[in-house]
Design a protein around this ligand. Structure first.
Ligand code: BT5
Length: 261
């Protein structure tokens, strides 16, 4: 593993992508397990070019490069990473986090982590031979968080405020570093072993905050209309199975969902 730290950067995912641009596709393997970490991001990104708020001190923002030939489902990797983050939250903070399909980790009903997995296509073989797993976690609460985010975004340690005098001290930095190491250990332990990947998907399902609930699906393809249904299962490929009111089952491999309140 090779970890690089930045004070500030546009986006750790973009930085990881730039590393690939300098390489011939036969040499992608050289970047395997490269980790780019930044104290803050000026253009932190979510899916569909949404923004990911990444102020300094509060959180962890990093990207993990994982190389493997012909990756069939980046969705499974996102699910594996979400489980790794939950295990690390349990180890370091003794909190049981939940997962909202596909890529969000929740504590106390609020999103504390988002994951953006991007595939790198080998131009010669047209297969996905590497992924960049971008992970942003809010560890401490942020007083300056924009109002539109406050409703849905939270922090693991919501009682610690980022501009209090303790944050940024040696102890807080140590917790942050241990937390990062713990997430990375868990990610590689899972991704390096097919059986552990399968077990992680089982845990992903157990930690799901959707199963059994009425949800609204917002398809992200073709501007299709949103619809109401019940989340009934998660497959071994981390797809969401939903039951429509007319009795039809659907298996979703992407999309945006919200729990009907
Ligand atoms: C995500 O997208 O949640 C994936 C976020 C991945 C961020 C990491 S940070 C390191 C790496 N480098 C990057 O540039 N990105 C990755 P999505 O599911 O599309 O959710 C985006 C939505 O989450 C936004 O539209 C906001 O509503 C919300 N959001 C933004 N910032 C947040 C934050 N700090 N905490 C919680 N929610 C946030």
């Amino acid at each position: 593993m090779n970890i690089e730290f930045f004070d500030t950067i546009d986006s750790t995912n973009l930085e990881a992508k730039r590393r690939f641009e300098t390489l011939d596709s036969n040499d992608y393997e050289k970047l395997h397990k490269t980790v780019i970490v930044s104290e803050t991001q000026t253009s932190g990104r979510g899916r569909l070019n949404r923004k990911f708020y990444s102020p300094p001190k509060n959180g962890l923002y990093f990207s993990v490069v994982y190389c493997k030939k012909n990756i069939k489902s980046p969705g499974i990797i996102t699910a594996n990473a979400a489980v790794a983050v939950c295990r690390a939250i349990k180890s370091i903070f003794s909190i049981d986090a939940k997962i909202k399909w596909v890529n969000d980790v929740f504590v106390n009903g609020k999103k504390v982590c988002g994951i953006l997995t991007e595939g790198i296509v080998n131009t010669a073989t047209k297969t996905i031979d590497a992924v960049i797993i971008g992970i942003g976690v809010n560890i401490y609460a942020d007083k300056s968080m924009p109002d539109d985010l406050k409703e849905k975004a939270g922090a693991i340690n919501k009682n610690a405020i980022s501009n209090s005098s303790t944050i940024g001290t040696h102890n807080e930095e140590k917790i942050k570093r241990n937390f990062l190491n713990c997430i990375l250990d868990n990610i590689f332990e899972i991704l390096d072993n097919d059986t552990k990947q399968m077990l992680a998907i089982q845990e992903y399902k157990e930690r799901s905050m959707l199963l059994g609930k009425k949800i609204i699906v917002f398809p992200i393809i073709n501007n299709a209309k949103s619809y109401l249904c019940t989340a009934i299962d998660i497959t071994e490929n981390a797809e969401l199975v939903v039951l429509l009111d007319n009795g039809t089952k659907k298996t979703l491999d992407s999309g945006e969902v919200s729990i009907k309140t």
